[in-house]
Ligand binder design. Sequence first.
Ligand SMILES: *Cc1c(COP(=O)(O)O)cnc(C)c1O
Length: 386
Amino acid sequence: MAGAFSTLAGDIEAIAGQGLYRSRRVIESPQGIHLRIGGKELLNFCSNDYLGLANHPSVVQAFKAGVDRYGVGSGSAHLICGHSAAHHALEEELAAFAGRDRALLFSTGYMANMGLVSALVGRGDTVFEDRLNHASLLDGGLLSGARFKRYGHGDVEHLNANLETATGRKLILTDGVFSMDGDFAQLQALSETAKNHEAWLMVDDAHGLGVIGEQGRGIVDYYGLGQDDVPILMGTLGKAFGTFGAFVAGSDVLIETLIQKARTYIYTTALPAAIAEATRVSLKIVMAESWRRDKLKMLSERFQQGAQQLGLQVMPSFSAIQPIVIGGSQRAVDISNALLNNGLLVSAIRPPTVPQGSARLRVTFSAQHEEWHVDRLLAALDQLHL
Ligand SMILES: *Cc1c(COP(=O)(O)O)cnc(C)c1O
C-alpha cells in the first residue's frame, strides 16, 4: 500500500516542515462576523463577504423564491438549455451597473479568468502580468500558450519596456484591488500605456466591486475610467455581493468572442438560477446602501491607525483588506493560532500565495463589524507583543 503514493506523502511532510501545511476549518453557522467552529463562537476577520450580504435576509429570500421558480440545478451549460431568464436579467443588470455594453456570467472567477485569456490570446501573442496578480490570472496566462511576461508590482515603466519588444496581440492583466495587499492598481497609467502600445487591458476587480467607487462600481469607476480605457472588466459575485459566480463585462464583440471561444464558459454547467436571483437582489443592495462602504472605510482607517500605534507593519491599503506583514510562515501561523485562542479568526497567508518571507495576517473587515470589534482585535494584537 505504501506503493502508489509514497512520494506524495514525502511531499506533504516537506510542506509541513516549512510551516506551509494547509488545513480546513469546519464552519457550523451561516457566514457573518460571528462564526461557530467546533461549537465555539469566533469573531471573524477573514471573510471576503465585505458588505455582509452572504446571509442578508432579502438575499436569502430571493434565493428561496428562485428555487421555488427554477428548482435547484440548471441542467446544462448556458449554450445548451441552462441559460434561464434569471441569468439573462442578471447579465443585463450587471452590464448597466458596470457601464458596459454587455456582461457574461461565469460559474466562478477562477474559470472566468482561465477562459477569458485563452479566448483572446494564444501562441505568438504576449500576456503581461503584475507580479502580485491572483493565481487565476497567472494560470490563465500560462494556459493560453501566449508568451508570459511578468512586471514588477505596479511598475508601469517595467511593463512599458516589456511592451516595446512584444509581438502579436498584447494583453495586460491586473488585479484591480490586489487580493493579498489591498492596494490599488495604477489604472490611469496602465490604461495610457495600453493605448500607446495598442494592447488590451483587463482588470480583475474581485475585491473592488461593491466596496469602492460610486455605488460600488469598483476601481474603474473610482479612477473615472470606462469601457474605452479598460475594455475588459472581470468581477466576482462570491465576495462583496455575498453570493457565487463571476462575470466579464465589455463590448458586444468581446462578449460574443467569449461565448464562441471561452472553454470554461462553453463546457461547464450554468450556476443555479436561484443564485442569479439572489445576486439580482444583492446588486440592488450594493448600489443603494452606501452606508456599508462608508462603514468599511471607517473601520479600516480605525484599524490602520491603531495598528500603526502598536508598531505593526501595516500596508498602504484603502480597501477592506488590511494585512499585517509578519515575515516567517510558521510565525504567522503561530500568531493566527494565538488569536484563535482569544476567539478571533484571522487567517495567516503564506507563500506561494504571497512572496517568500512576507507571510502575513490578512485582516478583512465587514460592514457588519462595529468599532469595538476593531478595538478588540487591536487589544489582542497588543497582548501578543509582536
Ligand atoms: C477570489 C478571486 C478570484 C476567483 O474568484 P472565484 O469566484 O472565487 O473563483 C479571481 N481573482 C481574484 C483577484 C480573486 O480575489
